[in-house]
Ligand binder design. Structure first.
Ligand code: BG6
Length: 491
């Protein structure tokens, strides 16, 4: 843990990410007493703003109803400094400002820690890291650097970035955020797998037919097209968020719950996955429907012939004893019919079943909205009938846990940084292994290779029309589509 006094420097403080995620998360931690007593937060960006404008901007998204007093206190630990991202002078000024505050507050030498939070576009990562290392690196305390994706856009660029960043900050000092690792249900995966004997015993190719990890958003790029068009859905959420979930679902049991033990296993399983084949990919882009725009209608997209996928279903195989032959289907799309992120594990048919109509069991972990773990389960139709019906063993969090209060992913992750716990952050070799799986396919997509096909799907639909056939090819049995569960969503 960072004992002593911590200065959190949010670089890119006037940007969207800082405003929407970083500052609200910092307030959440402050309000719950999780920021060390002597914490100061310094916003840093190019924009010239006075103190009030800064406060106004970074508290805009904070929900403070009922916590007005605490918000006032929180404001008193915030300050703003404008500076450039590529000149020494600016970073020297930052250094002096922090030092002055530490001296005024008589912070003990050795305990003057700095956390640099890079809420920055990738184009300035490296100059900023270099500038910080040279001019604003704490010499009387510890340093931490928190970085946000994108971490490159393929194996090569990611390696270059890693090398340059690694020359400034050690791996111990570096925290690569993948905010999916801060989500409650994602943090629950290890517990479900390794603390329940019935799951740990059947978690393999003998019992599992296929696994789906699904990410659906009901809105399009809407204004974020400038960024999105260069990256596409695969780089945006699959190579990082969904692959992280996959590695937790698929990895072997770590020798302990230590960060390095966990990350060792994640890297190991990723290394067993060969690059995704074009034949195992279904790609799509949304088109206008029901008054909703097409992807290409987004004014922030400059290339009006863009072939960037906004939907992808990709099938990965893990070549090891546990998973050989089991398809892991990653599915992600923008502008679909609903908002949902879930892991769906479909088990095999019961062998020699007495009940031929019995549907397959499924274990579903719903990440959002409304966290839940449930099992699709066969039961006798109550009453005189001997019909098997599909029902569910249901752990819906809102029903089961009273006073449920799930912190935002960023809150949980920033707290991990302060506690120096790397478990929920991406290690350098993990990143490398992740890019290897996606890079050949991405290069083909970028080059508009003749094997790449892009299907259209309408805004608000389930995805390209080919999706169901595609899923069937990998064994997913959707025959019980008539099964319905009147889920009461608790908003
Ligand atoms: C971000 C992506 O990393 O994750 C966005 O860049 C996406 O495109 C977002 O919308 C989803 O995060 P969440 O927490 O809303 O599921």
């Amino acid at each position: 843990e960072l004992h002593g006094a911590v200065t959190i420097i949010v670089l890119g403080a006037s940007g969207d990410l800082a405003k929407k995620k970083t500052f609200p998360a910092l307030f959440g931690l402050f309000r719950n007493g999780f920021l060390p007593a002597n914490t100061r937060i310094v916003g840093y960006a190019r924009t010239k703003m006075d103190h009030d404008q800064f406060i106004e901007r970074v508290t805009h998204y904070i929900k403070s109803k009922g916590y007005e007093g605490q918000l006032e206190e929180f404001k008193s630990i915030l300050s703003y400094l404008s500076g450039q991202y590529d000149n020494d002078e600016s970073f020297i000024n930052l250094d002096q400002t922090i030092r002055q505050s530490e001296e005024e507050r008589k912070i003990e030498v050795g305990k003057r820690h700095r956390v640099f939070y890079m809420a920055l576009p990738p184009s300035v990562f490296i100059p900023v890291a270099k500038g910080l290392k040279k001019n604003a690196y704490a010499k009387e305390g510890l340093n931490r650097i928190v970085v946000e994706k994108p971490f490159g856009e393929d194996s090569e660029s990611s390696a270059r970035l890693a090398k340059e960043l690694g020359a400034c900050f050690t791996e111990e000092e570096t925290f690569r955020i993948d905010h999916y690792l801060g989500k409650e249900m994602v943090k629950n995966v290890m517990m479900v797998r390794f603390a329940n004997i019935f799951f740990s015993q059947i978690w393999n190719r003998s019992n599992i037919d296929n696994i789906q990890i699904t990410f659906k958003e009901p809105f399009g790029t809407e204004g974020r097209g400038g960024y999105f068009d260069e990256f596409g859905i695969i780089r945006d959420v699959m190579q990082n968020h969904l692959l992280q979930v996959l590695s937790l679902i698929a990895m072997e049991r770590p020798i302990s719950t230590d960060a390095e033990a966990i990350r060792d296993e994640k890297v190991k399983v990723l290394k067993c996955i060969p690059p995704i084949s074009v034949n195992d990919a279904l790609l799509g882009q949304y088109v206008a429907a029901n008054g909703k725009p097409s992807y290409l209608d987004d004014e922030t997209i400059k290339n009006k012939d863009s072939l960037t996928p906004t939907f992808a279903a990709l099938v990965l195989f893990i070549q090891n004893e546990r998973w050989e032959g089991v398809p892991f289907i990653l599915k992600a799309g923008k502008a679909l019919n609903e908002a949902k992120v879930e892991v769906r594990i479909q088990f095999r048919n019961v062998a020699g079943s007495l009940y031929r109509n019995a549907a397959r069991n499924e274990l579903v972990m719903r990440v959002q909205p409304d966290e839940a773990v449930y099992i699709k389960f066969n039961n006798k139709q109550p009453g005189l009938s001997y019909q098997t019906i599909q029902t569910e063993l249901d752990l819906t969090y809102h029903n089961r846990y009273t006073d449920l209060n799930i912190p935002d992913a960023y809150e949980s992750l920033i707290l991990d940084v302060l506690r120096n716990d790397h478990s929920n952050f991406v290690r350098d070799d993990e990143l490398e292994a992740a890019w290897k799986i996606f890079t050949p396919l991405l290069h083909k997509i970028d080059a508009h290779h003749q094997d790449i096909k892009l299907s259209n799907y309408t805004y608000g639909s389930r995805g390209p029309a080919e999706l169901d056939d595609f899923m069937k090819k990998y064994g997913y049995d959707r025959s019980n589509v008539n099964y319905s569960w009147p889920v009461q969503s608790v908003a």
